[in-house]
Ligand binder design. Structure first.
Ligand code: ATP
Length: 305
């Protein structure tokens, strides 16, 4: 099993009578890009604030780099975060913003600011005050600020929110680069599953404060990929028939559905083979569930539910 970098156990945050985060147990492997998905108000920011040490849990536990409880304060510097906006000094340049943060954290290294700006693709922005930056540039500078001190875990709260397609692509590229070249583990939230599907290796889906599901990218793709959906009464009886036909990529989804991920054009032949084996098929169709539909179904229907 891969090494866990972060685990929470029944992590809970109560505001008055409202439970913003309810017994969340999440698991993030070292080296993962973990997409934390939930609609507005689902509890993402509150969870990320607890993980980053900006809010304290009402109940439950966080284990980070093998440390728990009081020991967590020792390893906080290994976590960099961008939560609820980067907090930039608008009249200063990117470099000076970075210099301030480095001084605050006691990091003194020649050329450090330039190095960080290069990583996030802002090398060569010169002295322009950051208030004249585009939203995408500000977000990338926010990421650069979170990188001061070389964290092993980077926590990014909705860094893609409000960006245009180019801005989204730039933030995505930066995240991938940090993960691949610097071996950084990244926890990144969004309210749009599709937006993270190009980079995330794992997902946690949160709704009304509860973690509904954790799954790997492969599992998600399998769930949403093109497939033959066969409806029948006793799927287990169909398994030997599929084996005989040499079908390897299939899944018995529940007590009346089988998903087949190959030979999608052979539905008629398949139907016949089942019939010959005395297994009546009630329906057979090719489906391809959109990622967003999957997410909406999981979190209970329409966009405003
Ligand atoms: P968004 O994307 O809108 O920020 P989110 O998934 O990050 O959503 P949170 O900001 O974590 O959600 O909020 C979860 C719930 O907790 C919301 O109902 C919010 O109103 C409530 N909440 C968050 N912070 C506080 C607070 N300081 N006091 C009271 N309630 C709060």
């Amino acid at each position: 099993m891969s090494e866990m970098l972060l685990q929470t156990r029944a992590l809970t945050k109560q505001y008055g009578r409202h439970r913003a985060v309810d017994q969340v147990s999440m698991h993030i492997k070292k080296g993962a890009i973990y997409g934390f998905i939930g609609r507005n108000g689902a509890g993402k920011t509150t969870t990320l604030r607890m993980i980053s040490g900006l809010a304290s849990p009402t109940a439950g536990e966080i284990e980070l780099f093998g440390c728990r409880g009081r020991d967590l304060s020792r390893i906080r510097s290994r976590v960099g975060c961008l939560i609820e906006g980067p907090g930039l000094y608008g009249s200063m340049s990117a470099r000076d913003n970075l210099k301030m943060k480095s001084m605050l954290l006691g990091v003194y290294k020649r050329g450090y600011e330039e190095e960080l700006l290069d990583i996030v693709g802002l090398g060569g922005v010169g002295k322009k005050p950051v208030k004249r930056y585009s939203l995408g540039m500000k977000q990338r500078l926010g990421i650069a600020l979170a990188l001061v001190g070389e964290p092993d875990l980077l926590v990014l709260d909705e860094p893609i929110n409000g960006l245009d397609p180019q801005g989204i692509a730039e933030v995505r590229d930066t995240v991938l680069k940090l993960n691949r070249e610097r071996n950084m583990t990244i926890l990144i939230s969004s309210h749009i599953l599709e937006e993270l599907s190009k980079i995330a290796t794992d997902y946690g889906i949160i709704h009304n404060g509860t973690l509904l599901q954790e799954l790997t990218n492969e599992e998600l793709m399998e769930k949403c990929s093109e497939r033959l959906e066969v409806t029948l009464d006793d799927p287990e009886r169909a398994v030997p028939v599929m084996d005989r036909l040499g079908i390897k990529r299939y899944q018995v989804a529940d007590r009346e559905h089988i998903y087949i991920f190959e030979r999608l054009e052979e539905s008629a032949a398949l139907n016949m083979a089942f019939a010959k084996a005395g297994i009546p098929v009630r329906g057979i169709s090719v489906t391809n569930e959109e990622l967003e539909t999957y997410f909406l179904k999981l979190t209970g229907g329409g966009a405003d539910a």
